[in-house]
Design a protein around this ligand. Sequence first.
Ligand SMILES: CC(C)(COP(=O)(O)OP(=O)(O)OC[C@H]1O[C@@H](n2cnc3c(N)ncnc32)[C@H](O)[C@@H]1OP(=O)(O)O)[C@@H](O)C(=O)NCCC(=O)NCCS
Length: 130
Amino acid sequence: MRIERNAKIDVNELNNLLKSIGWGLNSSQKLEEALKLSWGWVTARDDENRLIGFVQILSDGIKHAYILRLLVHNKYQGKGIGTKIMENLMELLEENNLSPVLLTKPSEEGFYSKFGLSRSNKGFISLFKW
Ligand SMILES: CC(C)(COP(=O)(O)OP(=O)(O)OC[C@H]1O[C@@H](n2cnc3c(N)ncnc32)[C@H](O)[C@@H]1OP(=O)(O)O)[C@@H](O)C(=O)NCCC(=O)NCCS
């Protein structure tokens, strides 16, 4: 297994990864545009170079980095790949002095807490319009 930062991705591979976890297919054009808007991403590939994990980062490169779409292929989950991606991602953000910000479900809080991410109690609030 290989973890890489900002390595070239074919959007069809990304779509296959999304499909494997039931997040539905996006148009290739939309995915291309979404990748171009990223500050960066981290990927995991198996020994046959198949894309098996991905996380995307949005940031202006100054203060915060928004983490989204952490995905591990359904057949590869529970093997430590999500952990390796997150460790690499946290190092990348630290090297660039960026603070991670993440929106997730309560059921995933335990996973992210392993990397030092916790609910903010420093006076911040979250505002949304669904
Ligand atoms: C969440 C996800 C990225 C984790 O990746 P993974 O490769 O399966 O995780 P790991 O094998 O590295 O697991 C690390 C630890 O987190 C735990 N864990 C994994 N998924 C978890 C979840 N959804 N909630 C809580 N804990 C979880 C594992 O049990 C393991 O615990 P351990 O270290 O005590 O054994 C993966 O399950 C996934 O892609 N899920 C679907 C997409 C998704 O929901 N993404 C996150 C929301 S943005």
